[in-house]
Design a protein around this ligand. Structure first.
Ligand code: TXA
Ligand code: MG
Length: 328
């Protein structure tokens, strides 16, 4: 796509949220920090703005978007909350949890955002900048991660600029995000289902619900007329460099993404350690920026040490597996 716009960058501390809300109200595309990753926002009721958003990201229009809201009351205007959904919202909102629910009859969200489905994904972000923007605008904002579709999600304003400069109107810089992986997505129907592991660990959700979450369908993007999580394409979050998982050794022409104590006798061309002390939360926060940094070294491959699969480790491993599938 040709470059079409001058992308302005504004600090969150210098009136960013107010300017962002104005720009969104005018149909603009605004990247802003959430606690998980930077999102690329558009007014969720403005079909034209959402069409531009899909184009700016290069995202297939059959892949629906999450509507972000400031309050539970705002969420209840667009989505029907059953008992489980209410329990989860009360326990984890604001925070890194997205609920997929049936739309209300008078839901004002553009059909383009929900890709024509009768369900909607809703989330109340905890980041103060995201919250302020939503409050100022007074309408829900759709926001996928602010990267070119299929690329690694952005955790800083600089990452957003690398991917989307010239394609969007405004970037609000609120510093690096805290969580570092996207929200957990739970489908709240008869049996609650984990559609995407993310910032809230599965174990915490199961504790609140008192039941195990059903596993997400194996190939949701291709299954049936109503795919449960159409965005869960196998190849996603992909760096350009091939990714090799569960590495217990590394060659001198590889880059090493380490976790915990270093590999014995390892002399990789480049190395970054997600968390030398083996802390999964710290590892999640570093994941996408370290993947981007190692991708920039043009090594033969990025070797990744094993990451434990519990807590937020499930989301880290999910993203790494997608990164390892690579892109055509
Ligand atoms: O943490 C996050 O969730 C970030 C920040 C910006 O809020 N957003 C994010 O959005 O990750 P995105 O567009 O990259 O991922 C949204 C996912 C996609 O996999 C999409 O298919 C799924 O949510 N989704 C959206 N609406 C859905 C629906 N009605 N049913 C099932 N899945 C849905
Ligand atoms: Mg994304």
């Amino acid at each position: 796509m040709t470059l079409i716009l001058t992308t302005r960058l504004i600090s969150a501390a210098k009136g960013g949220p107010r300017e962002a809300a104005q720009c969104l109200a005018d149909g603009g595309l605004v990247a802003f920090p959430t606690e998980t990753v930077y999102g690329l926002g558009a007014d969720a009721t403005n079909a034209q703005a959402i069409a531009r958003l899909y184009q700016a990201k290069g995202r297939p229009a059959f892949n629906p978007l999450i509507s972000h809201v400031a309050t539970l009351a705002d969420a209840q205007r667009i989505a029907i909350f059953n008992e489980n959904a209410l329990k989860l919202a009360q326990a984890f909102w604001p925070g890194p949890l997205t609920l997929v629910l049936h739309k209300t009859k008078d839901c004002t969200i553009s059909d383009l955002a929900t890709a024509g489905m009768d369900t909607i994904a809703v989330r109340m972000p905890a980041h103060p900048v995201a919250h302020k923007i939503l409050q100022e605008l007074g309408r829900p904002v759709v926001a996928p991660s602010a990267n070119i579709s299929g690329h690694v999600s952005p955790t800083t304003a600089a990452h957003v600029r690398e991917d989307l400069s010239g394609r969007i109107d405004l970037i609000v810089d609120g510093g690096p995000v805290s969580v570092g992986v996207e929200s957990t997505i739970v489908g709240c129907f008869d049996r609650p289902v984990l559609l995407r592991p993310g910032g809230v660990p599965r174990e915490e959700i199961e504790r609140v619900l008192g039941v195990k979450l059903a596993p997400r369908p194996a190939a949701p993007e291709t299954s049936g007329p109503h795919p449960l999580a159409p965005g869960m394409l196998a190849s996603h979050y992909a760096p350009h460099t091939p990714v090799r998982l569960n590495a217990d050794s590394v060659t001198s022409d590889e880059a090493l993404l380490a976790f915990g104590p270093p590999l014995p006798n390892a002399k990789p061309a480049h190395m970054l350690n997600l968390s030398p002390r083996g802390d999964l939360i710290e590892a999640a926060a570093n994941l996408f920026s370290y993947l981007r940094a190692l991708d920039g070294k043009h090594a033969r491959a990025i070797a990744v040490m094993p990451i434990p699969d519990h807590g937020i480790g499930e989301a880290i491993n999910d993203r790494l597996q997608r990164a390892a599938v690579g892109r055509d």
